[in-house]
Design a protein around this ligand. Structure first.
Ligand SMILES: NC(=O)C1=CN([C@@H]2O[C@H](COP(=O)(O)OP(=O)(O)OC[C@H]3O[C@@H](n4cnc5c(N)ncnc54)[C@H](O)[C@@H]3O)[C@@H](O)[C@H]2O)C=CC1
Ligand SMILES: O=C(O)C(=O)COP(=O)(O)O
Length: 528
């Protein structure tokens, strides 16, 4: 199958090399397309690659009926409606590491340009002014740099600023006092950072909690003469509040790379001589662009080839070593879910998963998602995937419970899936046999040994002589060949089951004809 990839923001050509080399992938550049054209054409594409410009909003996602993956060649995903992507089963991946250095270096360049008024002095010189008094700056040495958000970029900025002999005070909800000590920086709350810092730099994502984090109240709390730097996201600073804080001289200056609305030309902030600005250039280096484009291209290729991605945004990421342990169970889990849903005669209200043996020792979330995907696909179709499976279950009011148990029933690993409907409880259990692959080993309270593959026929019948013969004759008259057969019963002469694998799909009318046989209670065809 050939996949079509649309690239709607400028990506490094060298970084696209993995895509150009991949088989079955065609690329189209849409960097000059309007949002309207994008919305009209997006349905043709399997993957969309963007940076920060393209607005991947709900409207676009709703029209993207074939889209499977959105790749963000960079960190911030605030231009992508993640909820809409998840609801539509579209995985979002980013490239979180490739531009860290560049963003940190740009931040340092901004801090230094701001402290020494380099852009203003340059402009003045270009206007044939030789003004040495007006552009007297401040040293960084022994000044305090307040960092809000000490993630990848914030930490790199701290490291570099220490090279400038600055004192660092930082706040991050994940930063402990111990960690701060190890990094030889001071730990502080947001208020403490605001009070102590001569320069404040922000390195958080734009979230509900960080929107207008630096607002009029914050500018009220800062040290007079503070310099503000934002190379993270527009919207974290309230631009009007910053304008007033600079006008009132509470804030001495600001260096801004990002803005609430981009492109950003007409805001009064840009008319203030204390403000220096760049047009969102933090990640714009050859090195960073090549790196993020390679990372995101490789993840898109992995995903389209059915492999696990490295940098998922709307799925919890799983460390590589754990993923290699659990990936073999994905197939078993999906087949168990798909098998079990055929046994439900009423809407499912609850799904319980019981993990035992080796499985009780590992990360089970991704296995659960694959089980639910298998279960829901029967009625919801192929758009269910491990990105939206849990969301779709929840939307339908189905409760999903995961349990780890010690009861292995003799297997080294066992996954039992149970569904509860208004009036019944049905279950199926499977294992991964070393070297032999997945097996279904239990159906309700019956023991079986079935490879979850191909066309299966499940029969509930009365345990009495001749039933198997009758079944065989009936199938023979329909020219249905039996490949394997399993039988189990509760008690002699009581309720029994047969699970057969057969060579073709069994039609509904053939199932109903089977049920006309006296000893057969019900017959279900399951194609796995
Ligand atoms: N200007 C540019 O071109 C670039 C901008 N960025 C932006 O820089 C920001 C940081 O990127 P990374 O360091 O890679 O991300 P990261 O995820 O490694 O770090 C973000 C940190 O912010 C912290 N945080 C979250 N809420 C907070 C709050 N309320 N107060 C304080 N800290 C909070 C998190 O705990 C995390 O440690 C992102 O917004 C990203 O989009 C990234 C690359 C280039
Ligand atoms: O990675 C990020 O978050 C950035 O802001 C970089 O944005 P860009 O890819 O240069 O449009």
């Amino acid at each position: 199958m050939a996949f079509k990839i649309l690239i709607s923001d400028p990506l490094s050509e060298e970084g696209m090399y993995p895509l150009l080399q991949a088989e079955n992938i065609s690329i189209e550049l849409a960097t000059d397309w309007s949002q309207e054209k994008l919305a009209n054409q997006i349905t043709e594409y399997d993957a969309l690659l963007v940076r920060s410009q393209t607005q991947v909003n709900r409207e676009l996602i709703t029209k993207a009926t074939n889209l499977k993956i959105i790749g963000r060649a960079g960190v911030g995903v605030d231009n992508i409606d993640l909820d809409a992507a998840t609801e539509h089963g579209i995985i979002v991946v980013n490239a979180p590491n490739g531009n860290t250095n560049s963003a940190a270096e740009h931040t340092m360049a901004m801090i230094m340009a701001l402290s020494r008024k380099i852009p203003q002095a340059y402009l003045s010189l270009m206007n044939k002014q030789w003004d040495r008094k007006k552009y007297v700056g401040t040293e960084l040495k022994n000044k305090t740099l307040g960092i809000i958000g000490l993630g990848r970029i914030g930490a790199e900025v701290a490291y570099r600023a220490k090279g400038q002999r600055m004192n660092i005070i930082a706040y991050d909800p994940f930063l402990t006092e111990d960690q701060a000590k190890k990094m030889d920086i001071q730990y502080g709350s947001v208020d403490e950072v605001l009070h102590a810092a001569d320069f404040i730099t922000i390195h958080t994502p734009l979230l509900k909690e960080t929107r207008h984090l630096l607002n009029a109240d914050a500018f009220h709390a800062v040290k007079p003469g503070v310099h503000i730097v934002n190379c993270a996201r527009g919207g974290i600073i309230d631009e009007d509040a910053l304008y007033h804080a600079i006008q009132s001289k509470k804030v001495a200056g600001a260096a801004l790379d990002v803005f609430e609305e981009e492109p950003f030309y007409d805001h009064p902030l840009l008319e203030l001589p204390e403000v220096i600005a760049t047009p969102h250039l933090g990640a714009s280096t050859f090195e960073a662009q090549e790196s993020v484009a390679i990372d995101v291209s490789e993840d898109v290729i992995r995903f389209l080839s059915g492999e696990a991605v490295r940098n998922p945004v709307n799925l919890p990421s799983v460390p590589k070593d754990i993923l290699s342990q659990i990936e073999p169970y994905f197939h078993l889990a999906e087949k168990l879910g798909h098998f079990l849903i055929h046994l439900a005669n009423e809407p499912v209200e609850e799904i319980n998963l019981y993990y035992s043996g080796d499985l009780s020792q590992t990360k089970i979330g991704p296995i659960t998602r694959n089980t639910i995907k298998g279960l829901l696909t029967r009625h919801l179709g192929e758009h269910v995937n491990d990105v939206n499976a849990l969301y779709l279950a929840e939307k339908r009011g189905i409760t999903v419970n995961e349990n780890k148990t010690s009861s292995t029933q003799g297997f080294t690993n066992l996954l039992k899936v149970e569904i509860i409907t208004k009036s019944e409880k049905r279950s199926v259990a499977g294992t991964l046999l070393n070297g032999l692959g997945p097996r279904i080993v239990k159906m309700d309270h019956y023991s079986v040994d079935v490879t979850p593959k191909g066309h299966l026929l499940v029969i509930h019948h009365k345990d009495q002589p001749g039933v198997i013969g009758k079944m065989g004759s009936f199938l023979a008259t329909q020219e249905i060949n039996i490949a394997t057969m399993q039988v189990d019963r509760a008690d002699i002469g009581g309720e029994a089951i047969m699970v057969m694998s057969v060579d073709r799909h069994i039609e509904e009318k053939e199932l109903r004809a089977l049920e006309q046989l006296e000893e057969i209670h019900d017959a279900t065809a399951i194609d796995l």
